[in-house]
Design a protein around this ligand. Structure first.
Ligand code: ADP
Ligand code: MG
Length: 619
């Protein structure tokens, strides 16, 4: 019991060294002064409450949190003498007086010491008595209302902690505990299911189960072999176990199976004081959420709502007394260290200046996971277990002192956010739809590569970069296309100009042909019309210039400019003309192939004309 003794100093103030007469006053209102009256008025009031008329102390424990500061509720259980102890002829040193006081009678005739708790149950009380008296139903109700509640057992090894919570150790693989011996946990599970059915409102139930073995957290419900899990902290959740499996269940049978699975995987060993000694602290948590509550943001996160956690601590032990060696000794040291850290936190929590003082919850995994139950926002019930044997008296006294002091620790249970103030129907529906959509989107997101948000971020960045690159490329291409278009437009303009010129040339050529034909046509007949009138001559810059001779470059009839063949001095232009006919022939072939024969005829006749005519200027 080294752990509990270590935090003992300064705690004696609350332990009464009571005379038998004072103890006698239990239940009558006498002896109030014994162990109440701590710094906490709530605690004092609670301690001063008398047992109910029917003698059931549970009546006093079936209330909600007493106020903003709620004391930890403590219940004491004294196990019966074991067969071995009876064989050794050991005497019980503990006697219950009424339903809430325990009297310790040290061997050798020393003064009796009395301790007062929320309820005290001796070895004659059954498991069902324990369940009814301890007040766990109150915690169950609070958990259903959204509070975070914890029940934990503590005491020396072999004092009956595991028995109280889950009944005697299983007699074989898969052999269930007989219903009459089922512990607080099984009974609470059954009660809770009954309660949920009567509530009518749909409730989702989930469970997790872990053990702290040699300062390592192991998942007792893990699908594979349990592996150490990290304990983390954040502002909203406080301390929590990462990657802990949280299993949803829909029936009492399924929950019992989860319990059996965890119990069978939990570490236990035999030593001289206990044949089935738990070698780890075990925490089973039930998560209760109403369907209107928001689903967890993180898939690994337990749902919002109430919580009911059962903690079966490994017992403190004196290595010399248990005869532990090797691995057992290592386990015992680890257990004692974490219990010492727990005792230290409890001592500091009792400090009236605690708001200024630092509570070293980080000293062990156990204190981290119990931080909320001890000093935070939870509602907590401690079940202190003691052995009646005189052999165990020092450890028993230590447990009783700590239990007594723990009653003065207060927590500040945080009420769930306005469960009564229901939103209007349409808002509620909208909220549910949004929740569903959110959930769906999250699960879709979850189906993406789980390794992650970093990768998603990188992809987005890449996509952005790529889009920007594509945009730049499009802009460049657009610029190229615009340039090409401009070039095409100017080519088209050039082509149009060319076409226009060619058309003019063709036109001119026609006109010339006609006039040439007219000039060379022999024979009588009516005078033909002037060729200049037949074809109005547009000015043509592409053709060779007209005859520069001032004597004959105008038509003598209409005074229009005449082509060289109509000019009496046309030989002067001949070399120039011959060179210039070639493009005209090509143009005519393309645009007026029907006129090509006429052109050929004209050229032949022109040769004749050229040969026969002499320009006077040449002379
Ligand atoms: P702890 O968990 O505190 O180390 P256990 O719960 O394993 O102790 O109990 C030690 C032994 O005492 C077990 O064999 C258990 O069956 C027995 N025992 C404990 N409490 C009771 C009780 N109230 N009635 C009958 N047997 C008990
Ligand atoms: Mg145990």
């Amino acid at each position: 019991m080294a752990a509990w003794e270590a935090g003992d100093e300064g705690g004696g103030r609350k332990v009464c060294i009571a005379s038998p007469s004072v103890v006698k006053g239990e239940g009558t209102g006498e002896g109030k002064e014994r162990d109440s009256g701590g710094a906490n008025p709530c605690a004092k009031q609670n301690m001063e409450e008398r047992g109910s008329p029917d003698g059931d102390p549970a009546r006093n424990l079936e209330q909600g949190p007493e106020g903003p500061e709620t004391p930890i509720q403590v219940v004491l259980r004294v196990r019966p003498m074991s067969a071995a102890e009876l064989r050794r002829g050991e005497q019980s040193v503990l006697h219950c007086s009424g339903t809430r006081t325990l009297q310790v009678s040290p061997p050798g005739g020393g003064p009796d010491v009395a301790f007062r708790f929320g309820a005290v149950l001796d070895g004659a009380r059954t498991q069902e008595d324990m369940f009814r008296a301890c007040g766990v139903r109150r915690l169950g109700d609070l958990a259903l209302r959204g509070f975070s509640c914890t029940v934990f057992t503590f005491g020396q090894t072999g004092s009956g902690k595991t028995y109280t919570l889950t009944g005697p150790p299983p007699q074989g693989e898969g052999v269930p505990v007989p219903p009459s011996l089922a512990g607080i946990m099984q009974r609470t599970f059954a009660w809770l299911f009954d309660r949920v059915q009567h509530l009518g409102a749909p409730v989702t139930l989930r469970a997790s189960y872990l053990e702290i073995y040699n300062e390592q957290v192991r998942d007792l419900l893990s699908l594979g072999a349990p592996r150490p899990l990290p304990v983390r902290w954040n502002k909203t959740r406080g301390f929590y176990v990462e990657q802990l499996r949280v299993v949803e269940f829909g029936s009492l049978g399924a929950l019992m199976e989860l319990l059996q699975m965890g119990l069978s995987r939990r570490r236990s060993s035999a030593h001289t004081m206990n044949q089935a000694s738990s070698r780890s602290h075990a925490l089973l948590t039930l998560y209760i959420s109403h369907q209107t509550q928001m689903p967890p943001v993180d898939p690994g996160e337990p749902p919002a709502g109430g919580k009911l956690c059962f903690v079966d601590l490994a017992g403190s032990e004196k290595v010399a007394a248990t005869g532990s060696r090797g691995e057992l000794m290592l386990e015992a040291n680890s257990i004692n260290r974490s219990l010492l850290a727990l005792g230290h936190c409890i001592s500091l929590l009792l400090d009236p200046q605690r708001k200024q003082s630092h509570i070293p919850f980080r000293d062990s995994k156990l204190t981290k996971l119990l931080a909320d139950s001890l000093g935070g926002r939870g509602v907590t019930l401690m079940v202190a277990c003691v052995s009646p044997s005189a052999q165990c008296l020092p450890e028993t006294l230590s447990t009783l002192r700590y239990a007594s002091r723990a009653q003065r620790i207060t927590t500040r249970p945080q009420a769930p956010k306005s469960p009564v103030a229901k939103p209007p129907q349409h808002l509620e529906t909208e909220l549910l739809q949004l929740q569903e959509e959110n959930h769906r989107l999250r699960s879709q997101l979850g189906q993406m590569d789980p390794k992650a948000s970093g990768l998603i971020g990188a992809r987005v960045a890449w996509a952005q970069r790529n889009l920007y690159g594509m945009l730049q490329e499009f802009m460049l291409e657009n610029e190229r296309l615009r340039k090409e278009k401009r070039q095409l437009q100017s080519s088209r303009d050039l082509a149009q100009d060319e076409q226009r010129i060619l058309a003019q040339q063709v036109h001119e050529l026609e006109r010339r042909l006609l006039s040439a034909c007219y000039l060379h046509q022999p024979g009588p007949g009516p005078a033909p019309p002037c060729p200049c009138v037949m074809v109005p001559p547009p000015p043509c810059h592409a053709l060779p210039p007209l005859c520069p001779c001032p004597c004959c470059h105008l038509c003598p009839l209409c005074q229009a400019p005449l082509a060289h063949w109509a000019c009496p001095r046309r030989e002067l232009h001949l070399p120039q003309l011959l060179a210039s006919w070639q493009p005209l022939c090509w143009a005519l072939r393309i645009h007026r192939p029907d006129m090509v024969p006429a052109l050929m005829e004209f050229l032949v006749s022109r040769e004749d004309v050229t040969r026969a005519t002499h320009c006077p200027q040449k002379k």
